[in-house]
Design a protein around this ligand. Structure first.
Ligand code: NDP
Length: 412
């Protein structure tokens, strides 16, 4: 019996839902709950339209409201709650899981709505509570965070005696043919990219201006792409779990057009996350006005293309991996483990583009590890705390095969 309740019905959730339905030997009972039930029903229709058969329950829930969540969990009684809503809801969903005896998994660490700041401390603070309740919480099981940590754990287990340098490299060489669009939730994405950069070197965290450090990196099957150093959450747990690491960095590619638009958005104040008061015409009587508080970034999300609609015309591919240098048998060793994912392949299978696909598949794979009893231990855990082998084996079979290169120039 594998009863899973997925919260969210966006791009990532759509891919995870397809993958859950494709693995009904593990997932026997499935409910999708989100802000709007109609969106969940539409997703179920899309799954059935592709010929898959499964009785999928749907429900409406405000995941900011612990009482609503508790009511839903007590009705459906899931073994695992898969949180594919937004990082803002992580703590409320964890609270409801504790109250109802449910296990927990997500793909992004908690972020307060009024502060673009992400770190694991808030969720790690739940460790004792989950331990005492005998419940498992798996944090950050998308691609990065997620697979990036499983790749590192795999390298530590099979390739190295000591890891010294770790560069996580994330390239999207796709083209969606829109002037500007984000590949996952625009609000979360723009908050992340406009933050200061951060990397780890010789026991210290070093802060940079946003996207200040950049260089060209060469990606398999893609070629050279300008890559920007960013703060990314998994670095925090990886340097803690692998204390031999001397330097850990995260790089992501951006095209010049994307960066020009991002600059304009910031200069216009549209990336602000504090409310501004706007005098809006009344819906029923436009001659009258009412003062409303609008968060510019949330308004921007409403006018930008929905990442869920990008798939049809998206060509090209993503390439995400870990470039690692360290010591094996007393000698220097370099290792590059990566996956390339074509947007069109993702679209044909699930109707979503590659970035949703590379997040949704690992989310399902993590849930599968839980139900198979392979990733099940009371407490709050990051992906590298578990055995990477069975997880990477599942990714190989479920659309995200990985490849390895050894003793090459890693451009570190
Ligand atoms: P979307 O915005 O497409 O989907 C979010 C979903 O959550 C929507 O269905 C939305 O409903 C729902 N939702 C939002 N707020 C609430 C709420 N209060 N209660 C109930 N449902 C709610 O986002 P994505 O699918 O692009 O991203 C999902 C998650 O995946 C995010 O946390 C993102 O950070 C993470 N992610 C992780 C990556 C990784 O590699 N680890 C990479 C990419 C994304 P509605 O639209 O009806 O409001």
């Amino acid at each position: 019996m594998g009863r899973i309740l997925m919260i969210g019905a966006g791009g990532v959730a759509t891919v995870a839902a397809f993958k859950i339905v494709q693995n009904q030997d593990v997932f026997t009972d499935f409910m999708i709950a989100s802000h709007h039930k109609a969106k969940c029903d539409k997703l179920v229709d899309a799954i059935h339209a592709k010929g898959y058969k499964m009785d999928i329950k749907t429900a409406e829930v405000d995941a900011d409201d612990v009482e609503q969540l508790k009511k839903l969990f007590n009705e459906f009684k899931p073994d695992l709650v898969l949180n594919l809503a937004l990082p803002y809801q992580d703590l409320t969903i964890m609270d409801a899981c504790l109250a109802c005896g449910c296990n927990y998994e997500d793909t992004a660490n908690y972020e307060p709505k009024d502060e673009a700041h992400f770190e694991y401390s808030w969720q790690w603070a739940y460790k004792d509570k989950f331990e005492k309740a005998g419940l498992t919480a798996i944090l950050g099981c998308g691609f990065d965070p997620g697979v990036s940590q499983a790749y590192t754990a795999y390298a530590a287990k099979h390739e190295f005696d000591e890891i010294h340098d770790l560069d996580i490299v994330d390239c999207n060489a796709g083209n969606h043919h829109h002037a500007f669009a984000t590949n996952f939730n625009p609000e979360i994405n723009i908050r992340e990219i406009t933050q200061k950069g951060l990397y780890y070197e010789n026991g210290k965290w070093i802060e940079t201006a946003p996207l200040e450090i950049h260089k060209s990196l060469t990606y398999p099957n893609i070629g050279p792409r300008e890559s920007y150093l960013m703060h990314h959450e998994e670095l925090e747990s990886l340097v803690k779990n692998y204390p031999t690491i001397k330097r850990a960095r995260f790089w992501m590619t951006f095209g010049q057009q994307y960066l020009t638009y991002l600059d304009c958005i910031q200069n216009l104040g549209m990336s602000r996350i504090d409310p501004v008061t706007y005098e809006a015409p009344l819906h029923d009587d436009p001659t009258k006005t009412v003062k409303v508080d609008i968060v510019p970034l949330q308004f921007l999300k409403a006018v930008l293309p929905n990442p869920q609609d990008l798939g049809a015309n998206y060509d090209g591919e993503t390439s995400i991996g870990c470039r690692i240098r360290g010591i094996k048998d007393g000698k220097e060793h370099t290792y590059y483990i990566f996956n390339n994912c074509r947007h069109q392949d993702a679209y044909e299978e699930t109707g979503m583009q590659g970035v949703s696909y590379t997040t949704g598949v690992p989310a399902m794979a993590g849930a599968m590890m839980f139900f198979k009893g392979l990733w099940r231990k009371p407490g709050v855990w990051n992906v590298e705390d578990f055995d990477p082998d069975p997880f990477l084996d599942v990714l190989n079979k479920q659309g995200l095969p990985w490849h390895e290169l050894r003793d090459i120039d890693l451009e570190l």
